[in-house]
Ligand binder design. Structure first.
Ligand code: AGP
Length: 615
């Protein structure tokens, strides 16, 4: 959460900082701010709310800012203190010479603040960042050197941070530091960049250095120096960035979310590419580093993830247990952390994360790593913190996902889990399910076309979205492998439309939630051909008997059952096993169009951030 950016070179820094922040807005949008330096003069501009408010302030300063070629910027997702101007970054120390932007949480900031107050320091905001700025400034009074001051200060701080600092007396540098929050330094010709994430700098450079935890760096326009936690200089490890600037354009779609929903056919093709070639050939998964013998020793699987990624994990449980016959537990990372979890060297732990930067999942992974379990990470960011913790890195290559609501990354996670399940089955040498596996492979290969066929005609979904957009509450029901689809469909709806939506296993309806049903509480039911069809249908009858309006999402419905439903959305025919990957497209579109009709901010829903980097 929160995005930070830095620029040092000969160009107008404010333009580069604003452009960078616009690509980091997905990380938070409670306030934004920049600090610009010209020789020994620093100017700070801040605005509450979306970035556009800051842009409007800067418009009046266009010419004045021409000669400011160094700067740092921030976009905030509020943790300490309300989203106000006074709490907005950058924060300046009380000597008014050091300015700081920060992503993360300083856990011991209260203690530090109390000490600083005793020594005469004063504070304007409620933020932990202002405390950090003053602590670094205090060290500067001793060292008279920004690098040394940062190195001394970070040793006194607990928690997570990515920092960019500038000092009036050292107008040729930005000093950066990282611990448990992402930070990348982009390398240019006569100019350098700092950012929380690649989209902020990809239009300027494809070369970068990823800072690792506990490193501190000095970024000048012609050089970058990095130091480890013992203050020793380390070699710069330059990497080439995997994205094209193109990937962060809307390509003519009204919102990133709609564009990303429409990319899902290709996303499936990408994930399958090189792994599933023909239905009668075994899955190739070189990224999975356990050999046959080691796989045979796996006694349990634990999947840890949050939000949408957690829902993908629930589908994973269903297919891994079916094909690999290994018990699977799926748990939100935030719960996994605070339990005596049982894992050992025969446990396969699968961390799933679109961003690879979700703090809860990172902590959970670090914790279980100590138990010598094998860590497989399914992520869309092969350059992320989580990816670096992986024993087996399974990148999903969905391309950068900008909209806060995860769509194509969920699809890619599902497909990766299908692939992994079949791979485990084949490596374990099971001879059952032969036909079912071949059919599943065939369906995986056909899936891109089915998804694209569904996306070709969305009129019915739009119509239904309009009809139901004014309801305040929704229930989503399904059973079996689509139970997670109900959870994910409800999550998509609530996060972008703010409608109260809850997913239930359809069988659970009569154990409580049914009490809420009346004609103001629409029920969306997912019914696919398969063993649970009749059961879900009975649950729909029960809902109808309580006057609930029923929306059916189905791949096939018998004529006699159709009248039960007020509205019906039919997906291309597919097996129950693969249907979560098709049903979800309908649910994403429904949430999208409802949010659109309600005039909500689809790509940047309130209170959320794409990358949840605080626990
Ligand atoms: C998805 O639409 C949400 N924005 C959210 O639930 C997200 O899936 C969750 O925060 C986990 O993020 P991750 O996949 O990057 O770890």
């Amino acid at each position: 959460m929160c995005g930070i950016i830095g620029y040092i070179g000969d160009k107008k820094a404010s333009d580069i900082l604003i452009s960078g922040l616009s690509h980091l807005e997905y990380r938070g949008y409670d306030s934004s701010g920049i600090a610009l330096m010209n020789n020994n003069n620093v100017e700070v501009y801040k605005a509450q709310g979306k970035l556009i408010n800051l842009i409007n302030i800067l418009k009046e300063k266009e010419n004045h800012l021409l000669n400011y070629n160094i700067g740092i910027g921030h976009i905030r997702w509020a943790t300490h203190g309300a989203p106000s101007i006074v709490n907005a970054h950058p924060h300046t120390c009380c000597f008014n010479n050091l300015t700081l932007v920060h992503n993360g949480i300083i856990e011991n900031y209260q203690e530090i603040k109390e000490e600083l107050i005793k020594e005469g320091y004063n504070f304007l905001s409620q933020t932990d960042t202002e405390v950090a700025a003053n602590l670094i400034a205090k060290e500067y009074t001793k060292t008279k050197n920004l690098l040394d001051a940062m190195q001394m200060a970070v040793k006194k701080m607990k928690g997570a941070f990515a920092f960019c600092a500038i000092h009036k007396d050292e107008p040729d540098k930005i000093v950066v530091a990282k611990r448990n929050a992402p930070l990348v330094i982009g390398l240019g010709q006569g100019e350098n960049f700092v950012a929380s994430d690649i989209p902020a700098i990809i239009e300027y450079t494809k070369k970068a250095i990823y800072l690792t935890d506990h490193q501190v760096g000095v970024v000048k326009k012609d050089s970058v120096e990095i130091y480890d936690e013992n203050d020793n200089k380390v070699e710069n490890k330059i990497e080439y960035l995997p994205f094209e600037a193109m990937a962060i354009s809307k390509m003519g779609f009204k919102h990133f979310m709609l564009k990303e929903i429409h990319e899902q056919g290709d996303v499936v093709r990408n994930v399958l590419s090189g792994k599933l070639l023909q239905i009668d050939k075994s899955i190739k998964l070189d990224e999975f580093k356990l050999n046959k013998e080691q796989i045979k020793k796996i006694s349990r699987v634990q999947i840890i993830a949050c939000g949408t990624s957690l829902h993908a994990g629930l589908v994973g449980k269903y297919i891994i247990e079916k094909f690999a016959k290994i018990p699977v537990d799926v748990e939100p990372s935030s719960e996994y952390i605070y339990r005596d979890t049982i894992a050992d060297e025969n446990t396969l732990v699968i961390g799933i994360s679109q961003s690879g930067e979700t703090a809860d999942t990172i902590t959970a992974i670090k914790q279980v790593k100590q138990k010598h379990s094998h860590i497989a990470i399914i992520t869309n960011r092969a350059d992320s913190t989580m990816a670096r913790l992986a024993d087996s890195l399974l990148p999903i290559s969905a391309g950068i996902e900008v909209s806060v609501a995860a769509t194509k990354s969920y699809m890619a996670q599902l497909i990766s889990l299908y692939i992994l399940s079949i791979y485990l089955h084949e490596q374990l040498g099971f001879s059952d399910f032969k036909e079912e596996i071949q059919n599943l492979k065939q369906e995986l290969l056909e899936l891109p076309n089915k998804v694209e066929a569904l996306l070709e005609d969305t009129e019915n979904i739009k119509k239904i979205a309009k009809k139901y957009s004014n309801f305040k509450d929704f229930i989503f029901i399904a059973r079996g492998i689509n139970f997670p689809s109900a959870l994910e469909g409800a999550l998509k709806l609530k996060e972008i439309s703010y409608i109260n939506a809850t997913g239930y296993g359809a069988g659970e309806l009569k154990h409580g939630p049914i009490a809420m049903l009346d004609n103001n509480m629409p029920v969306l039911a997912i019914l696919n051909t398969g063993i649970v069809y009749d059961k879900v249908l009975s649950n729909c009858e029960e809902a109808k008997a309580r006057q609930a309006r029923l929306i059916g999402v189905t791949n096939y419905m018998a004529e006699k059952d159709i009248p039960l439903f007020d509205d019906l959305i039919t997906i291309p025919f597919c097996s129950d096993l693969i249907s979560p990957a098709v049903n979800i497209v309908v649910l994403q579109l429904l949430a999208y169009y409802i949010s659109e009709y309600l005039g909500k901010d689809v790509d940047q829903p309130r209170n959320l951030a794409k990358s949840v980097t605080v626990e």
